[in-house]
Design a binder for this molecule. Structure first.
Ligand code: MG
Length: 317
């Protein structure tokens, strides 16, 4: 196979063979890839399902990140939703749409990226499908196992504290850099290309008694807004409790943006934000605010005031 080989040359069966090579069925997987469907055995646990679609030019660019980074990001973004329910990532099904001229090297790197992030997350790739289309489109369906009650967005109560696990604002800072044609600071760019999901923290939060949880995909304020509305409460974030790392200040200065704005409204880091009874915040989580009674309607405030500026990412904006 030469460097210039494309998906068209490889063919559908070749692509499927490449994507499923060397897979061994692990815990709870009775039948992995290779038959008409995979067979899973949840063993009495609840099964949690979510799907995520990433489209080239909308969610990723092949001139920004390579196949490995794109594969890792696609898995991370999908499986973070399992963590946000308090579930344990279990199985992944990948649907890949790609043009015939997609280099096979990109596909090889994508495959490596998928498998390496699956290993971090605890996921097993159990099946998939490939088809031809104009843009690279990744459909990532993930299943999780849940031994207990799910942690939804709807359980936050006045008196709870809001805590965060993971990074905030880094991916948005990376996007600000990349859209201006720069590739540094490298740490911010890397965060945009591959989010650092706090794997396992969702289950920890559930076992610690989290009342509500969400992964920060659209921005902290926007995502806490989802929790506030689902729970019928308001949330107040204390700006002084938020860490604003040096790299965010550097990018903010270079791009004319607000470093705190990255932290409050930047999406795609897939940190976890959860509400806990005040005495029950587990180790490793940072308290950033509190849950209060809703006024006229559920709201998210910063130091008691409405945040002026963009509230986060809206895919249909
Ligand atoms: Mg989510």
């Amino acid at each position: 196979m030469t460097e210039s080989a494309t998906l068209a040359g490889l063919g559908e069966f070749g692509a499927v063979g490449l994507l499923t090579r060397g897979l061994v069925a692990g815990a709870g997987v009775e039948l992995g890839p290779g038959d008409d469907a995979a067979v899973l055995q949840p063993g009495g646990a609840r099964v949690v399902v979510s799907t995520d679609t990433m489209v080239e030019g909308v969610h990723f660019r092949r001139d920004w990140g390579n196949g490995l980074e794109t594969g890792r990001k696609a898995v991370a973004a999908a499986a973070a939703d399992l963590e946000a329910m308090g579930a344990e990532p279990w199985a992944l099904v990948v649907s890949l749409t790609a043009p015939g001229d997609l280099p096979v090297t990109w596909l090889r790197f994508f495959h490596q990226g998928v498998l390496s992030e699956c290993e971090l997350a605890g996921l097993q790739l159990v099946g998939g499908d490939t088809t031809r289309g104009r843009d690279v489109t990744l459909g990532m369906t993930v299943l999780g196992r849940l031994d207990g009650e799910p942690v939804t967005r709807a359980g936050a109560r006045p008196g709870d504290v809001v805590a965060v696990r993971g990074r905030l604002g880094w991916a948005a800072a990376g996007l600000a850099v990349l859209t201006r044609g720069f590739r540094s600071p490298r740490a911010a760019v890397a965060a945009q290309l591959v989010p650092e999901v706090p794997w396992g923290a969702g289950g920890e939060a559930r076992r610690a008694g989290a009342s509500a949880m969400i992964d920060v995909s659209d921005g902290l304020l926007a995502d806490l807004g989802h929790v506030a509305r689902a729970s019928g409460v308001s949330v107040d974030v204390e700006a002084a409790r938020l860490e604003v790392p040096e790299v965010l200040r550097t990018v903010a200065q270079a791009t004319g943006k607000d470093a705190l704005g990255f932290v409050l409204t930047g999406g795609e880091d897939h940190a976890l934000a959860a509400c806990f009874p005040a005495a029950g915040v587990p180790d490793g989580w940072s308290v950033v605010g509190r849950v209060v009674e809703a006024g006229d309607e559920p709201a998210v405030t910063v130091d008691g005031r409405r945040w002026e500026g963009a509230q986060g990412h809206d895919h249909f904006a």
